[in-house]
Each structure stands twice: as structure tokens, then as C-alpha cells.
Design a protein around this ligand. Structure first.
Ligand code: TYC
Length: 102
């Protein structure tokens, strides 16, 4: 803003940098067509989950309709959601995920 002096601008920039980064949940959605194996692979390769955790998350989403995969900063959450959608599209699966502010 024009009425902000340089000092005020610098102070608010420093204040912003001192804040903890905001957190975003990545939520995976169930569907009827994506294979269980593909979901487990996505969870292992994109979200670095163990086979055990990936299987647990996949089954939870399958049974409940949706489930949390992890909490990330804004850029990382959006990048992971993009990677899921592009890998799913390449493999002709309708798998979707959402990014929600914590
Ligand atoms: N419901 C799918 C099936 O029965 C499996 C699945 C699980 C799909 C989790 C998407 O996010 C998902 N093949």
C-alpha cells in the first residue's frame, strides 16, 4: 500500500517471515474404478509411505470415502495433489485428492 512507509513495510515483511508456515492437509477420495494397487503405489511413491502405512490409508479411504494422507506446506501439498492427478490421468484412473487448510 502507498501509505506504508519503508519501515512499516520492512517490519511487516520480517513479521511474516517469523510466522510458522501455514499447514494444508492432502485428502484422498475414494472412487469405484482406481485399483487398490495403484492407490498403494501412489501413496508409496508420491507421499513416501511404507507399504504398511500405504495399505492402511488406502483401505481407510476405500471404507470411509475419504482420508488424510498428510500435512504439508501450501506449495508441497499442491505439488503432491498435481502429481497424483497427472499420474492417475496417465493411467486412466479417476483418482482425486483435495488440499484443505488446517
Ligand atoms: N474403491 C477402490 C476399489 O475398490 C479402491 C480405492 C481406494 C480407490 C482408495 C480410490 O482413494 C482410493 N478398487
Amino acid at each position: 500500500p502507498e501509505n506504508m512507509g519503508n519501515g512499516t513495510q520492512l517490519a511487516s515483511k520480517i513479521e511474516e517471515q517469523l510466522k510458522e508456515p501455514e499447514e494444508f492437509r492432502v485428502i484422498l477420495l475414494n472412487d469405484d474404478y482406481t485399483t487398490m494397487d495403484f492407490v498403494v503405489e501412489v501413496l508409496m511413491h508420491i507421499f513416501h509411505k511404507s507399504l504398511e502405512d500405504a495399505t492402511r490409508i488406502m483401505l481407510d479411504v476405500h471404507l470411509k470415502g475419504r482420508g488424510m494422507v498428510g500435512i504439508y506446506t501450501y506449495d508441497i501439498a499442491l505439488t503432491k495433489a498435481d502429481q497424483v492427478h497427472s499420474l492417475a490421468r496417465q493411467n486412466e484412473f479417476p483418482l482425486r485428492c483435495l488440499v484443505e487448510k488446517v
